[in-house]
Design a protein around this ligand. Structure first.
Ligand SMILES: C=C(O[C@@H]1C=C(C(=O)O)C=C[C@H]1O)C(=O)O
Length: 374
């Protein structure tokens, strides 16, 4: 399928108010889309179906599914470094809500909770609203794709839920057969060209909390746990500390076990998990909805990934091939509603955090999205 028809089919689907997702995984020359053929709201609780999942931060809310058998699927092959032609840029206003004081107070409350010994780490977030001139989600998707080649870039729409776009650097986990790969990502600094990053003890500790948590949470469900070297990775105008963790899923463990144990990680929630989640729900004063939830492919056969230009691929025909799932944490994202973009940003707080610096970190994080709104 060529670029124009790929995107015009999507435009048409969006105008008919039918659910879809279009996305490209990091360092990938494939853009995929799933076009749901009706406007039902499907959910998954078992994670045994095949499809595309869009899950909230708070797992007491439903995870939405675009089921394989209810959707048409198509793929666009892109040349490495190829830029998609953007026909309309999206103009933005200045932020409609500047709530620095409110966020600084929240940060101070989080730090004091940590100092009292009730938490080790908590991730506190906020949103920034901006008017956008004309909402053209697919043009915005192309802008994101052109700008962030090493992110999971997506545009997800369901008429009963809303419209979300993002460019996330964070893999929650990937499963290929029984091989599980997950990453621990935390610590944030602005990216400065040609500068060797120096990480402070606070950032190293913050990231280690995530690695230790992941290992602890997967140890009863997997074997052969291998913690790879920690490295610095770039995500747009930012850099983070990252550790890759590989293991093999036990035959008695399910995908649901892995999800329940990993999500939300201390990269987006905190540690201990339940106490930090309770602190967030009680104090953030807004609903994160799908920000810091996760999204991605659920139980696909790997043949589906290799097929090009096929619609309505029947999964069951390839039952002997490996099953693949890959989920990304929904970060550096926005929700668009009635001409307003709501951009979500947060950061990890530990005992050594300085509220002013943490505020600035959230401002820097808004740029991932703000930079594609001209
Ligand atoms: C919470 C966010 O990012 C997370 C928090 C980070 C941090 O605290 O340094 C770094 C990467 C992400 O795991 C966000 O981007 O909104």
């Amino acid at each position: 399928m060529n670029r124009n028809s790929f995107f015009s089919v999507l435009e048409d689907h969006y105008h008919k108010k039918l659910p879809f997702v279009v996305y490209s995984r990091p360092i990938n020359t494939i853009i995929k889309c799933w076009l749901q053929q009706n406007d039902e709201l499907y959910t998954t609780d078992s994670y045994e179906e095949s499809g595309f999942v869009f899950a909230p931060f708070d797992s007491s809310m439903d995870s939405i599914l675009i089921p394989v058998e209810k959707s048409a699927h198509s793929i666009l092959n892109i040349k490495p470094n190829e830029q998609l032609q953007v026909r309309f840029s999206t103009k933005r206003s200045e932020p409609l809500n500047v709530e620095k004081e409110i966020h600084i107070n929240l940060l101070a409350k989080g730090i004091s909770e940590i100092k009292k010994g009730n938490l080790n780490k908590v991730v506190l977030s906020r949103f920034e609203k901006r008017n956008i001139e004309t909402v053209r989600p697919l043009e915005l998707f192309k802008q994101l794709y052109n700008t962030y080649k090493n992110a999971m870039v997506y545009c997800w729409y369901h008429p009963k839920v809303g419209l979300w776009l993002g460019a996330t650097p964070e893999l929650l986990f990937k499963v290929v057969g029984n091989h599980l790969t997950t990453i621990s990502l935390a610590g944030t600094q602005p990216y400065i060209k040609d500068e060797v990053p120096k990480w402070k003890a606070k950032e190293i500790e913050e990231q280690k909390i995530v690695t230790d948590f992941i290992v602890e949470q997967i140890k009863d469900y997997t074997s052969h746990i291998n913690i790879l070297d920690t490295e610095t990775v770039r995500a747009g105008n930012l850099i983070h500390i990252k550790t890759r963790i590989k293991s093999r899923i036990n035959s008695s463990s399910s995908l649901k076990n892995i999800i329940q144990n990993l999500h939300p990680t201390p990269a987006v929630c905190g540690n201990p998990k339940e106490a930090s989640k309770a602190f967030i729900l009680a104090n953030e004063n807004y609903n994160r909805e799908y920000y810091t939830g996760f999204l991605g492919e659920l139980n696909l056969k790997d043949t589906l990934n290799r097929n090009t230009n096929k619609q309505n691929v029947e999964n069951s025909a390839y039952s002997s091939v490996k099953t693949i799932s890959n989920f990304y944490v929904n970060l550096r994202c926005m929700q668009i509603k009635g001409g307003v973009a709501k951009i979500y940003v947060g950061g990890g707080i530990t005992k050594d955090s300085v509220p002013e610096n943490e505020w600035q970190e959230t401002v820097n994080k808004t740029k991932t999205i703000v930079n594609v709104l001209r």
